[in-house]
Design a protein around this ligand. Structure first.
Ligand code: SF4
Ligand code: SF4
Length: 89
């Protein structure tokens, strides 16, 4: 599925997709995912956008090896700092 196809989903479907996809998000295992982000429990930055409350120092990014990158055909990384894939198009 490409990210644009998500726009065709209804509200409930999108909620389900978000829940399922957050479970696949590899951010918590990434060196850039600091304590502040962990406390805010933010995930899925590639879709939901960058971290709003935390200062982030870029270390590594696991997005390229995340299943969601393949599912959505993502092209970038470091979404926690840079914002969602949609913004970068
Ligand atoms: S691509 Fe990155 S931000 Fe998106 S779900 Fe995977 S690890 Fe999380
Ligand atoms: S978006 Fe990339 S850099 Fe940021 S926490 Fe997730 S895997 Fe790490």
């Amino acid at each position: 599925m490409e990210i644009k196809r998500l726009e065709g989903l209804g509200e409930k479907e999108l909620e389900r997709w978000e829940g399922r996809t957050k479970a696949l998000c590899r951010c918590p295992d990434c060196a850039t995912y600091n304590e502040c982000i962990a406390q805010s429990k933010d995930l899925l930055f590639c879709y939901l956008g960058k971290s709003r409350n935390c200062e982030i120092v870029a270390r590594t990014c696991d997005c390229p090896v995340c299943a969601v990158t393949e599912e959505l055909g993502l092209k970038y990384s470091f979404y926690c700092r840079l914002g969602s894939e949609k913004l970068m198009h």
